[in-house]
Design a binder for this molecule. Structure first.
Ligand SMILES: Nc1ncnc2c1ncn2[C@@H]1O[C@H](COP(=O)(O)OP(=O)(O)OP(=O)(O)O)[C@@H](O)[C@H]1O
Ligand SMILES: [Mg+2]
Ligand SMILES: [Zn+2]
Length: 264
């Protein structure tokens, strides 16, 4: 024989009227309901949670919009010296065997570009051998293919982050850094020419920022250019940054004359 209470519970189950328990929520003082063997507050556990999820989705949407805006703002090659704006592969005429191979390697990097198979390049060599030119050429080519690319020197990168601290800045530090982390190809130009103040533990503000960017780019393509040979670069950027720079990275040594002198 079913008790009256059980009968009511059964009807409630069918029409989905939640049973109340007579207890009240300690947080919001609404009546607690009993469902599937447990007592809970519909307001706090269901409605508030959904609201929080909606708010999170709205924030994510806003972040995406901001990134799109940032893309417009940053990607308009505003960080590239005029001499490199039109630096295509076609305009690079290698004067030495080493530079011929370097051009072929960077073109190979572009040809094999695959978001699923990230690969990095470190272009190392002395002044005016065309490191920035070839890195820029890679971004021109890949942007034509629809990839998002960013070319920035490390000193400019640090200056941009510092600019974001200004309260009138049109972008925040976190927006800028997440943009750098998210582009399909980031060229980090002139690595090693930046200045790092040294804190007591040998880790400065710049080291931390570089780490944040490099670590956040794991799984994406990055091209580095530098004048420094390996040990000097390691000293400069510090060990844990250096280790990330060399992770999955082909090093291309570029040996040749200074093109800037030749032109004069
Ligand atoms: N082989 C080349 N053919 C045509 N232009 C070149 C060649 N090499 C360099 N250039 C041009 O010379 C200038 C200097 O080259 P680039 O900036 O790429 O040198 P770099 O190796 O990055 O030098 P640095 O170490 O000083 O940054 C650029 O304007 C570039 O377009
Ligand atoms: Mg350069
Ligand atoms: Zn509640």
């Amino acid at each position: 024989m079913q008790s009256a209470r059980e009968a009511i519970e059964q009807i409630r189950g069918r029409v989905r009227i939640p049973a109340t328990t007579g207890n009240r929520c300690p947080a919001c003082n609404r009546a607690l309901i009993f469902h599937e063997g447990r007592e809970f507050c519909f307001q706090c556990e269901v409605i508030a949670k959904e609201d929080a999820e909606l708010a999170k989705a709205a924030i994510a949407d806003r972040e995406r919009m901001k990134l799109k805006q940032l893309e417009k703002q940053f990607a308009a090659h505003s960080f590239i010296n005029p001499s490199l704006k039109e630096a295509t592969f076609a305009k690079y005429n290698p004067p030495t065997e080493s530079l011929y191979k370097a051009k072929a390697a960077v073109m190979g990097f572009v040809m094999n570009f695959d978001k699923e198979k990230p690969q990095n390049l470190l272009l190392a060599g002395s002044y005016g051998t065309g490191k920035s030119h070839l890195a820029r050429a890679a971004t021109i080519e890949l942007m034509q293919q629809g990839y998002s690319c960013m070319f920035i020197s490390v000193p400019k990168l640090f200056a941009k982050i510092q600019e974001s601290f200004n309260k009138n800045s049109s972008f925040s530090e976190s927006q800028f850094i997440s943009y750098l982390q998210s582009v399909d190809l980031l060229v980090i130009d002139d690595l090693g020419t930046e200045h790092y103040g040294k804190d007591t533990d040998g880790e400065s503000w710049g080291h931390t920022k570089l780490f944040e960017i490099l670590d956040g780019r794991a799984g994406r393509h990055t091209i580095y250019t530098t004048n420094l040979v390996e040990e000097a670069l390691e000293d400069k950027v510090n060990g844990r940054n250096f280790s990330r720079i060399l992770d999955n990275t082909e090093i291309i040594y570029m040996v040749g004359p200074d093109f800037r002198r030749k032109r004069k």
